[in-house]
Design a protein around this ligand. Structure first.
Ligand SMILES: N[C@@H](CCC(=O)N[C@@H](CS)C(=O)NCC(=O)O)C(=O)O
Length: 205
């Protein structure tokens, strides 16, 4: 398997589950800062020009959450995909909650603070997105009281997606007031096969 990735990005989700599974994979850096995602050879793999992308034999898969779910299903013995349909439904629920309700405001904040050219940034949207993130984080904070994992009693694919998203929120300074979420991120990143934190990868030139 080949993982096309770039340090402090959503490719961490895919790397996280690959590391937890302990499967061999080749990591190929697509340097976003150098425009590697716009090169024709990468656009052939992901016409959207975004990381991560996973190449597994003849299969090419993009979308970080889809990659995590695919790998959880490919290696059922790892137990990252709950066998009970109710728990699996919860796993999908929180995975999608992370990439829609939590990640979208974070993405808007990133775009309007650093990614868009200065003239296109909308500072007003940053405060709206911060508020919307906090409203949804409060829902997860409540859900996480007295539980170690997002679903059931053990780690599942959803945890790799959710914990990464909350690490991103931490970098954006948005985890204040959410002690359960802070503890949860710390616990998840203390796992022996956890990836590096976004803030550490951002420091890599
Ligand atoms: N929904 C996609 C988003 C992927 C994405 O936007 N990746 C960013 C890095 S986090 C990227 O490659 N950006 C390059 C660009 O948009 O030009 C996923 O979760 O995989």
């Amino acid at each position: 398997m080949k993982l096309y990735e770039f340090g402090p990005t959503r490719s961490i989700r895919a790397r996280w589950i690959l590391q937890e599974l302990g499967v061999d994979f080749e990591a190929i850096t697509v340097n976003l800062r150098a425009g590697g995602h716009r090169r024709p050879e990468f656009l052939e793999i992901n016409p959207a020009g975004k990381v991560p992308a996973l190449v597994d034999g003849g299969r090419v898969l993009t979308e970080s959450a889809a990659i995590v779910l695919y790998l959880a299903e490919k290696y059922p013995e790892a137990g990252f995909l709950p066998s009970d349909i109710g728990q699996r439904a919860e796993m999908y629920r929180w995975t999608l909650f992370a990439v829609t309700e939590l990640e979208q405001p974070l993405w808007r904040i990133a775009r309007h603070t650093t990614l868009y050219p200065q003239a296109e940034r909308l500072p007003g949207d940053v405060s709206i997105a911060q508020r919307e993130f906090r409203e949804m984080a409060a829902v997860l904070e409540h859900h996480m009281s007295a539980r170690a994992f997002v679903v059931g009693e053990r780690v599942s694919a959803a945890d790799f997606v959710v914990a990464f998203t909350l690490d991103w929120a931490d970098v954006a300074g948005l985890l204040g007031g959410f002690p359960q979420l802070k503890d949860y991120v710390q616990r998840m990143y203390a796992r022996p096969r956890a990836p590096r934190h976004i803030r550490d990868l951002l420091a890599v030139p």
